[in-house]
Design a protein around this ligand. Structure first.
Ligand SMILES: O=P(O)(O)OC[C@H]1O[C@H](O)[C@H](O)[C@@H](O)[C@@H]1O
Length: 624
């Protein structure tokens, strides 16, 4: 029970932070209604350059208004109205197209004003309606026992809009009669984990979890990911929640909004859940190393959290395991991301961690994305383990434990990776579609039809293991890598990260690897009123016809997405982006000349589509 006292704080009689905001009346009609629950703080997030610092906080210190929120409070802000007046019961809230907020299995929108052409869509009332809709969806799913309200945990990454949205989410949950447990700064995988952890002292397991994040997107965006103990919600569930949110939003009343504010402040609890999550990671490494207290003693590991939520990994995971983490960088949360985008797919980000490894003469570098569901590593020589190489490394580790297992990956993986997994490691490579949820769902499906799979992983750095509830957790992936380092040491193998480098020995890598993203102009007359998807499909069909009539090119015999073709010693894949009006083109070739030949094969087909911006491809084939 002592832990309860230490880790759970009931924020009774304390109003949520948002009520301390300055009011700034712009005089614009739709924004100027006075004395309403939202109009004095709506969109009052800092205009550009609101550089913030949010220290890693325990549950107890999170009682105090965080530094960055104080910054919001002090700064006069911009009122920003982007939509027509609503016909809802509350006249001052904007009319919003909720369905546009869906981004696959996530919700994403603009939460901070000030970027031209990007009006705010994720306002506080919108957020409150979405959280209430999730709560209603959850109550239905869990067939509520009225005597015991359901619990929903809420966490966020380092974005500058995090606190405001966390408060709005809390109001939405409370208004639906559910209990709110705030975690503050957290990682996406930790939020899922909170639906599985059995620990009453930390109010776990919760029935549902909401993570406030927009992954690596710019500072003005934000969004939500939702979890139950069955995993992350899928596309159909998100659509259902958004449809419910429309109704909730349209029936908002002044009294209702005031009531939810009161209910949230009365029922809100705060828990330092990251302590539970990180100590589980520490235990996992200790166990794998044969119950040694400090299995990483003597290893020097630098972490780059890109000012996202992953800074905990150095202090709360690596240090207790005995690693030296000096030289780690950008661990402090800063939602303006002043150093580089927290994204292992970003070249500048990878350069930053590589440099840190080399300058510090570290054994290993680890980098996370903003909400820590993705990661990559760098060995002591500065060689990156990301994209195909990260998949090769993880496949080697997993196939040692589960010989012959199927590795499910996204569609843009290389032919060299297939050969490595199948010929060197003796596993099976199942190249599926892009999208972490697609890859994970496919691995789960394969297991259900009797094909054993233990790893689902994307070139983006999302990787999920069967042993970890199919959760894509960047920190857990790195724990598997650390286990390998520690167990090699236990087995008497010296040489720092060389044991990892050796594991990917034999992976064939192309001389040229290119990704070009060809944009479809949705307003172009050539779309003839159709959708960009239809247009993209037409491009792909024509390309397929071209390929079939060209003897130098062979269509991939098994392919789940777009047009994948081998030729000139390499391959290309043209497909529709999961979310954007874009046709991403990936190709790999043994030489520049061959890459140009592949590029020309694509160019000759796509040229016939004037709404497609092929300038990047044209430039590549001309200048090479
Ligand atoms: O299809 P694209 O535009 O390349 O985007 C695909 C990517 O979208 C999101 O970021 C998902 O989280 C990733 O899992 C996916 O790989």
């Amino acid at each position: 029970m002592a832990a309860t006292v230490l880790n759970v704080i009931v924020a009774k009689n304390r109003q949520l932070g948002t009520n301390e905001y300055y009011s700034y009346q712009s005089g614009r009609d739709c924004c100027s209604a006075a004395a309403a629950p939202y109009n004095h703080h709506r969109n009052l997030l800092p205009f550009h350059g609101g550089k913030t610092l949010l220290a890693w906080r325990s549950g107890i210190s999170s009682m105090h208004l965080p530094k960055y929120q104080t910054a919001f409070v002090k700064r006069p802000s911009i009122y920003y109205c982007n939509a027509a007046l609503s016909t809802t019961a509350v006249p001052y809230i904007d009319k919003v197209d909720f369905m546009k907020l869906q981004n696959g299995s996530d919700i994403r929108g603009v939460a901070v004003p000030g970027v031209e052409g990007e009006p705010v869509t994720l306002t506080e009332p919108v957020t409150e309606a979405i959280a209430a809709a999730f709560s209603a969806w959850l109550s239905e799913k869990k067939k509520v026992d009225a005597s015991k309200p359901l619990k929903v945990s809420v966490g966020h990454d380092s974005r500058i809009s995090a606190q405001v949205l966390q408060d709005a989410v809390s109001r939405g949950i409370a208004s639906a009669g559910l209990d709110v447990v705030q975690y503050g700064l957290a990682s996406t995988p930790a939020m899922f984990n909170s639906t599985l952890t059995e620990d009453e002292a930390f109010l776990c397991p919760v029935d549902g979890a909401i993570m406030i994040t927009a992954s690596h997107l710019p500072y003005n965006r934000n969004g939500f990911k939702f979890f139950t103990n069955a995993g992350g919600l899928g596309k159909a569930d998100i659509k259902n929640i958004l449809e419910r949110a429309v109704d909730i939003y349209n029936s908002f009343t002044d009294e209702g909004l005031m009531k939810s504010k009161r209910e949230a402040s009365e029922s809100l609890k705060r828990v330092d859940y990251m302590t539970v999550y990180t100590s589980d990671l520490v235990k996992a490494v200790r166990k794998a190393a044969g119950n040694i207290e400090k299995p990483l003693e003597g290893f020097h590991v630098v972490v780059d959290a890109g000012n996202g939520a992953g800074g905990f990994f150095a202090e709360k995971v690596l240090q207790p395991l005995g690693a030296n983490t000096s030289g780690s960088q950008f661990l402090e949360p800063d939602g303006m991301f002043p150093n580089h985008i927290p994204n292992p797919e970003d070249k500048t980000a990878m350069k930053a961690i590589t440099q840190a490894v080399l300058e510090n003469k570290a054994d290993l570098g680890i980098i996370f994305d903003t909400d820590v569901d993705r990661s990559a590593a760098v060995d002591s020589t500065g060689r990156e383990f990301n994209r195909n190489r990260l998949i090769a490394l993880m496949s080697a580790i997993v196939l040692e434990e589960h010989p012959g297992t199927t590795i499910v990956t996204d569609s843009v993986t290389s032919d060299g990776l297939t050969m490595f997994i199948e010929n060197k490691l003796g596993g099976k490579h199942h190249r599926f579609k892009r999208g972490y949820k697609n890859v994970i769902d496919e691995a789960v499906r394969l297991n259900s039809v009797g094909e054993e799979s233990h790893l689902a992983i994307e070139t983006s750095g999302h990787g999920a293991l069967k042993e970890n509830h199919w959760l894509d957790d960047g920190a857990y992936l790195m724990v598997k890598v650390l286990n390998k380092l520690a167990s090699a040491r236990t087995a008497g193998i010296a040489g720092g990260s060389k044991v990892l480098t050796d594991l990917v020995e034999g992976l064939q890598e192309p001389r040229v690897a290119v990704e070009l993203r060809l944009k479809i102009d949705q307003n172009h007359p050539d779309l003839k009123g159709g959708s960009f998807r239809e247009y993209g499909e037409a491009v792909l069909k024509l390309l397929e016809n071209h390929v079939e009539s060209d003897p130098k090119l062979q269509k991939a015999p098994v392919n789940y997405e777009g047009v994948r073709v081998s030729g000139f010693g390499g391959w290309f894949l043209l497909r529709l982006s999961l979310h954007d009006p874009v046709l991403p083109l990936n190709f790999e070739a043994p030489s520049h000349e061959d890459a140009v030949k592949l590029g020309l094969a694509v160019a000759s087909a796509v040229r016939e589509f004037p709404a497609l911006d092929t300038s990047a491809l044209d430039k590549f084939v001309q200048t090479s």
